[in-house]
Design a protein around this ligand. Structure first.
Ligand code: FAD
Ligand code: PYC
Length: 406
C-alpha cells in the first residue's frame, strides 16, 4: 500500500489487507478511545501485536460527531481527578503526535439563569478549587466582558445571573485526534482494520478466547470493548448486562464567520453549547433526544429548537446559515459517569458509558485502559467507575456537571 516511490509510506496509517489468526490483544472500536488505548499499549507497555477492529472508518462514531469541549470542571472528586489528568495530557498531544490537533484554550462559561443553577455552579467551583482546578463563580459583568455580543437578558426571559468560569476549557479538532492516535499506534506496529465488524466473542470457562468478525475468526486472550453507542450489542455477545441506554445527541455547524466568539458558552437552561472553530464555524449542540433510539439520523425539530435558543443568546445571528447537522449515539449511564475496567469475564475489558462527555476523556481513557489491559488490574484513576458499582449502588453522580441539559 505504498502510495508511490516518492511517498513509500501512507500519510496516516497502513491498511492491512487481511487479519492474522492470532493477536495479543484485540480492541473493538476505532474511535478515539480504542485507538488511544492501542497507542499507549504499544508505546508504554510494548504490546504491539494488536488489532483495532472498526466496523466503519476510524473516528466515524461519536469521536467525529462531538462538539469537542474539553474541561475538568466536574462535580465529584472521582470525576474531577480523572478529567484533570486528561486536560494535562491534551496539552502535549499535538507534539506527541507531530500532528496539529488545533487544540485551542478558550475558557469555558457555564451560564446560570436561576438561583438554583448559581448554587450548583458555586458547588462545582468549590470542589474544583479543592483539587487545584481553575474554576470560579463570576458575576454577569465578567460574562459580558468576555463575550460582548451576548444578550445578557436572553430575550428578556432568562437573564444571566452569573456563571461558572473554567479557564482551562478548550476545543480541538476531533478527527485529528483519531488520526493522531491511529498513526501513532500504526507506527508502533498496531494493525488497524477498518470495515471489519465484530459479530461474536468466543468465551471458554468465563475467559475470552477469540473474536468472530466479518472477515473471519481470530484468537486472542484480551479484548477491549470501546464502542460507545454500540456497547449493549457487544455486551449481549458476552452475556453481560449494564444499565446503559442509547439516546441520540445532535449537533450542527454554521457557515464560517470572522472570529467573534472566543470562549466556549454553555447554558443548561437554554439547552445550548457553542464554540467557534479555527475556521470560523460555530459548532453548536443541544440536549439529548428524550427517547431511547439506536440511530444517527438528525431531525428538523432539533435544528429549529437549537436555532431558537441560539438567537436568545445571540440575536444578531438570525441570517447566519446552518451548513450541516448530524447525530451521534450517546451511551448514557444513570449517574452520568463512565463504566471502565475489568469485568466478570476474564480478559474482557470495558470502556463505555461515555454518553455526552467522553471526548475530553480520550487521552486519559487510553492511558488508564492500556494500564488495565497490560496489567490485568484496574488503574487507580478508574477504580470508582467499575460496572459492578451499580450492583452495590455506589454511583458517581455527575449529572450536575454534564453540561448538556437532561
Ligand atoms: P466512538 O468514537 O463512537 O467509537 C466507537 C467505534 O466503535 C465506532 O467508530 C463504531 O463504528 C465502532 N464499532 C461499534 N460496534 C462495532 C463492532 N461490532 N465492530 C467493530 N467496530 C464497532 N464529549 C465531550 O467530552 N465533549 C463534547 O463536547 C461532546 N460533545 C458531544 C456531542 C455529540 C453530538 C455527541 C454525539 C457526543 C458528544 N460527546 C462529547 C461525547 C463523545 O463524543 C463520546 O463520548 C466519545 O467520542 C466516545 O469515543 P469512543 O471512542 O468511545 O466512541
Ligand atoms: O461534556 O462538555 C461536555 C459536553 C458539551 C457538549 C456535550 N458534552
Amino acid at each position: 500500500f505504498a502510495l508511490s516511490k516518492e511517498h513509500p509510506e501512507p500519510r496516516m496509517f497502513r491498511q492491512p489487507d487481511r487479519l492474522k489468526s492470532n493477536y495479543d490483544a484485540v480492541i473493538i472500536g476505532g474511535g478515539g478511545h480504542g485507538l488511544a488505548a492501542a497507542y499507549y499499549l504499544a508505546r508504554d507497555y510494548d504490546i504491539k501485536n494488536i488489532a483495532v477492529l472498526e466496523r466503519g472508518y476510524i473516528g466515524g462514531g461519536n469521536t467525529g460527531r462531538n462538539t469537542t469541549i474539553i474541561r475538568s470542571n466536574y462535580l465529584t472528586p472521582e470525576g474531577v481527578k480523572f478529567y484533570d489528568e486528561s486536560v494535562r495530557l491534551w496539552q502535549d498531544l499535538s507534539q506527541d503526535f507531530d500532528l496539529n490537533l488545533f487544540y485551542s484554550n478558550r475558557g469555558h462559561f457555564t451560564l446560570a439563569h436561576t438561583d438554583s443553577s448559581l448554587r450548583t455552579m458555586r458547588w462545582r467551583a468549590e470542589v474544583n478549587k479543592h483539587f487545584g482546578i481553575d474554576s470560579e463563580l463570576v458575576d454577569p459583568s465578567e460574562v459580558q466582558k468576555a463575550c460582548p455580543m451576548i444578550d445578557m437578558t436572553c430575550g428578556g426571559h432568562a437573564p444571566i445571573l452569573g456563571a461558572l468560569y473554567h479557564a482551562p476549557g478548550s476545543i480541538a479538532r476531533h478527527d485529528a485526534v483519531a488520526w493522531g492516535y491511529g498513526r501513532g499506534a500504526d507506527l508502533r506496529g498496531v494493525e488497524i482494520h477498518q470495515q471489519t465488524e465484530v459479530l461474536g466473542i468466543q468465551i471458554e470457562s468465563d475467559r475470552v478466547t477469540g473474536i468472530e468478525t466479518s472477515h473471519g475468526t481470530i484468537s486472542t486472550p484480551r479484548v477491549l470493548c470501546a464502542v460507545a453507542g454500540f456497547t449493549p450489542r457487544i455486551l449481549d455477545m458476552v452475556g453481560l448486562r449494564s444499565p446503559i441506554q442509547i439516546h441520540p445527541l445532535q449537533a450542527m455547524v454554521s457557515e464560517p464567520m470572522k472570529p467573534w466568539l472566543d470562549p466556549i458558552i454553555v447554558s443548561g437552561s437554554l439547552h445550548v453549547y457553542v464554540s467557534q472553530t479555527a475556521r470560523g464555524e460555530l459548532v453548536m449542540g443541544a440536549s439529548l433526544d428524550p427517547y431511547e433510539l439506536h440511530s444517527t439520523r438528525s431531525t428538523l425539530d432539533f435544528a429549529e429548537g437549537l436555532a431558537a435558543h441560539m438567537l436568545e443568546l445571540f440575536p444578531f445571528l438570525s441570517h447566519v446559515k446552518v451548513v450541516r447537522q448530524w447525530a451521534g449515539m450517546a451511551d448514557m449511564t444513570p449517574d452520568f459517569a463512565p463504566i471502565m475496567g475489568k469485568t466478570a469475564i476474564e480478559g474482557f475489558y470495558l470502556d463505555a458509558g461515555w454518553g455526552t462527555w467522553g471526548f475530553k476523556a480520550t487521552p486519559v481513557c487510553g492511558k488508564t485502559m492500556a494500564y488495565t489491559v497490560a496489567n490485568d488490574r484496574n488503574h487507580d484513576l478508574i477504580q470508582d467507575f467499575s460496572l459492578s458499582r451499580f450492583e452495590r449502588y455506589e454511583l458517581v453522580g455527575e449529572k450536575g456537571a454534564a453540561s448538556v441539559g437532561h
